[in-house]
Ligand binder design. Structure first.
Ligand SMILES: Nc1nc2c(ncn2[C@@H]2O[C@H](COP(=O)(O)OP(=O)(O)OP(=O)(O)O)[C@@H](O)[C@H]2O)c(=O)[nH]1
Ligand SMILES: [Mg+2]
Length: 441
């Protein structure tokens, strides 16, 4: 083969290769066109993986942003700002969540009829419990029912039986009054009042005798004294005294609740350090009322506990301090000396304190209450009386004897164990409730 032949062969071979390359390119171009016109069906798995790929692609820039944001936080001088800015954002859900609760609860109410749903079932219980937690308390007349069945009922019976005033009526009247648990002095005062009216011929029948006794009772109960006004001092310091079991701690709890409900801040002082249970009992009331309590260690000098309590109340600008005390001491210390010291130390903690010293007396003890009042009155300057347990005794008439002999105003009366059963004492209202005969009588 000559050189010329070899050149021709190479040229043909080159043309062939060019042709093959062109043919392949043509076929590929055709395929591509076909693929675009009618895409091949994807399986679900392929679609999912495609979607996942898309997501990955989409998420990538986000994480980058987050990563980019992170290094920005530790910039000096900025962390505080960042934290401040972040705080309200964090707080937002909490703030939103709180008001959302009642909304949810309210929204749940219409669902009540569905018995299968436990939650809405519990709802009405809460709704019902609310008014029950703040009961109005029993009627004064109901609370005085037993007392009314005492000497007042006997007087009522006498005047129903005898319509005319004669010697018999006067004898029976004298007997009822002097055997009533109202104290000899008060019995005399009531009887003399009737005799005086008869002498003056200002009363003519049994009804008039009844009215005279009722009026005299109201006069006796209406002791002339300044009212107990807690807003006159800040803090207003109230000391409670009385023998054990009369109802001091219970009365403190009831008073604390009353004043807290009126919007006053109250602090309780656990001055009965002789019994651990006494402090615990006051703590229960403090929790219930939501009032702070100052307590000492067991057997600590009660004066120092009360001193601390008053000082704390001054510092914290508390409105009322109510001090509990023991009714009986297990040591040889005399209760009256201890109370006298508490009274004195209170004045050192705050000049003029205590602003009120309430003597708590138990109506069921009858004439004993008068003896107790005399004892306490000598030891501390008692400025007011609380007569408890009037609901549980026919001896409640002793209130007349207490006011008549002590000339100390009754501030409150207890007509039950409930928190609402401590009533502010109003002489006229009390006499009305006491002298209004029961319908069944
Ligand atoms: N029915 C009735 N019970 C009352 C009344 N006041 C108090 N009580 C009850 O009397 C009991 C004694 O009450 P406390 O408050 O512990 O008496 P206290 O004077 O503090 O007694 P000491 O701490 O032992 O000195 C409790 O069971 C009270 O619930 C009332 O007005 N009516
Ligand atoms: Mg007590």
């Amino acid at each position: 083969m000559s050189h010329k032949d070899i050149g021709i062969a190479l040229f043909v071979f080159g043309l062939l290769l060019l042709f093959i390359w062109a043919a392949r390119a043509f076929v590929q171009a055709r395929r591509h066109e076909r693929a675009q016109a009618a895409p091949e069906p994807h399986t679900e798995l392929e679609l999912a993986s495609e979607a996942a790929e898309e997501l990955e692609v989409a998420e990538e820039p986000e994480s980058e942003v987050a990563e980019a944001a992170e290094p920005a936080e530790p910039e000096p001088g900025k962390p505080a700002e960042a934290a401040e800015a972040a705080e309200p954002e964090e707080a937002e859900p909490a703030e939103l969540a709180e008001p959302a609760e009642p909304e949810v609860a309210e929204a749940a109410e219409p669902a009540e009829p569905e018995p299968a749903v436990a939650m809405p079932k519990a709802k009405p219980k809460v709704e019902v419990a609310r008014p029950a937690a703040k009961p109005k308390g029993k009627e004064l007349k109901t609370g005085l029912r037993k007392t009314r069945r005492g000497f007042v009922a006997r007087l009522g019976g006498l005047f129903r039986k005898k319509r005319q005033i004669d010697a018999d009526l006067m004898d029976e009247l004298e007997e009822i009054l002097f055997t009533a648990d109202i104290g000899v002095r008060t019995s005399e005062a009531l009887f003399e009042e009737v005799k005086l009216a008869l002498d003056k011929r200002s009363i003519k029948d049994a009804d008039a005798v009844w009215t005279t006794i009722k009026q005299k009772a109201a006069d006796i109960l209406d002791v002339d004294a300044a009212p107990l006004a807690v807003r006159t001092h800040k803090p207003f310091v109230l000391l409670t005294v009385g023998v054990n079991g009369v109802g001091k701690t219970t009365t403190i709890g009831k008073l604390a609740q009353r004043w807290a409900d009126e919007g006053l801040s109250v602090l309780l002082a656990a001055g009965d350090t002789f019994r651990a249970a006494a402090v615990e009992q006051l703590e229960v009331w403090a929790k219930r009322v939501g009032a702070p309590i100052v307590k000492g260690s067991e057997q600590q000098d009660p004066s120092s506990v009360i001193f601390d309590a008053i000082r704390q109340a001054v510092k914290q600008e508390i409105d009322v301090v109510i001090c509990d005390t023991a009714g009986r001491l297990h040591t040889k210390t005399d209760l009256m000396q201890e109370l006298e010291k508490i009274h004195r130390v209170s004045g050192k903690a705050l000049e003029g304190a205590p602003h009120e010293t309430l003597l708590v007396l138990d109506a069921t003890t009858g004439q004993n209450a008068i003896q107790q009042a005399n004892l306490f009155k000598d030891a501390v300057a008692v400025t007011g009386i609380v007569l408890t347990k009037l609901d549980g005794t026919a001896k409640g008439g002793i209130i007349l004897g207490i006011c008549d002999e002590m000339k100390i105003p009754v501030r409150y009366i207890g007509i039950g164990e409930g928190v609402e059963d401590l009533r502010q004492f109003k002489a006229e209202e009390f006499v009305e409730a006491l002298f209004t005969p029961d319908e069944e009588a």
